[in-house]
Write a protein that binds this ligand. Structure first.
Ligand code: 5AD
Length: 345
């Protein structure tokens, strides 16, 4: 018999996200989340090779460093051949999931993505392809799915519709984002959503809404990291999101979504030198090292000082494995789908 996931009451959520939460209660929360993750996934971490293929973007999301209106960045677009090269390097290093992420770049059309997806899937049968291409039509999502894409990442960014509209251009709405997530699910993708902790205007009340929205969407993956300012955006002087609050939310979301694939994100690791390990100890079970070529790493700056080297470097997996060993974890090189079966809470 399958047990249902834990549901926090509104009161408990408010308390756990408040400054009043006691050290002991927060440590209990963290421990329960880490124990649950281990009981389902063991002390193993799935890895994804992240390829940032273009920083051209037609959208102007106000928090993002590669937004359309930023005149200060050097734009790049990888060729298909370069993408194939990076996939091959990653495959050789042990990656079995590739994430293609880019700005909303109209120069890359559906047919281009379809070609890339089929190349990857026929050259390396058994690998998973994850897309992170922003908002598209259902027809487009369908074409990409039919070409073989397995997963799609599209964060809702904030579950507060007013704040969503303040952060995004008028062409976007939270409603449309949620509809896209439902379309993706409908088409059989494993869907990932998530949000920014500390995005301008947001606070604990909004994060409670995020938890409830995720409850409703029941995603296969949940990606969450602190907001970090970018020097060329209107929020350049806004303080970064709290690492502590990000970790609390990670544990809450783990307990509510036992099977979810939850990364310790690059933003978390950029905001805190031990972010990766702290994330895992709070219930994360995925890492997404950077598999972009050097030119892309340099110019795909969603926020200031984004980490791409060292343990974030996909081709430095031995060092990553060593770091994970210090907390008793190992890299799992399987493609890492959500697991089924029973679990104990
Ligand atoms: N700080 C942290 N994360 C950011 N993202 C975009 N800009 C920032 C920023 N300034 C995140 C968004 C997006 C993902 C690809 O990167 O949540 O969904």
């Amino acid at each position: 018999m399958q047990k249902s996931a834990y549901r926090f009451s509104q009161e408990d959520l408010a308390y756990l996200l408040s400054p009043q939460a006691s050290k002991k209660d927060l440590e209990d929360l963290r421990q329960r989340a880490q124990d649950l993750t281990q009981s389902l996934y063991g002390k193993k971490i799935y890895i994804r090779g992240l390829i940032e293929f273009s920083n051209y973007c037609q959208e102007a999301c106000r928090y993002c460093g590669i937004q359309a209106t930023n005149p200060h960045i050097q734009r790049f677009r990888l060729s298909k051949e370069t993408i194939y090269q990076q996939v091959s390097l990653g495959y050789g290093a042990g990656f079995r999931t590739f994430v293609l992420q880019g700005g909303e770049d109209p120069a890359y059309r559906d047919q281009d993505f379809c070609q890339i997806i089929s190349w990857i899937k026929t050259t390396y049968p058994g690998v998973a392809v994850t897309l992170s291409l922003g908002l598209r039509t259902k027809a487009s999502y369908r074409r990409l799915r039919e070409a073989g894409a397995d997963r799609y990442l599209l964060r809702h960014e904030t579950a507060n519709p007013q704040i969503f509209s303040q952060l995004h251009p008028p062409s976007q709405s939270l409603e449309a984002r949620i509809r896209a997530l439902e379309d993706l699910k409908d088409l059989g993708y494993q869907v990932g959503t998530g949000f920014l902790v500390g995005a301008p205007g947001t606070g604990p009340r909004d994060y409670m809404k995020d938890v409830l929205l995720i409850r409703q969407l029941d995603p296969a993956m949940i990606g969450m990291g602190p907001f970090i300012p970018h020097k060329d955006t209107p929020y350049k002087n806004h303080p970064p999101g709290s690492v502590d609050l990000t970790l609390r939310l990670l544990s809450i979301l783990r307990l509510e979504n036992p099977r979810a694939l939850i990364p310790a994100t690059t933003a978390l690791n950029t905001a805190h030198p031990q972010g990766r390990l702290l994330g895992i100890q709070a219930g994360a079970n995925v890492l997404m090292p950077n598999l972009s070529p050097p030119e892309a790493k340099k110019h795909y700056q969603l926020y200031d000082k984004k980490e791409t080297q060292g343990l974030e470097d996909a081709l430095g997996l031995k060092d990553l494995a060593k770091a994970l060993e210090t907390i008793g974890y190992k890299i799992d090189i399987n493609r890492g789908d959500p697991i089924g079966g029973d679990y104990d809470l």
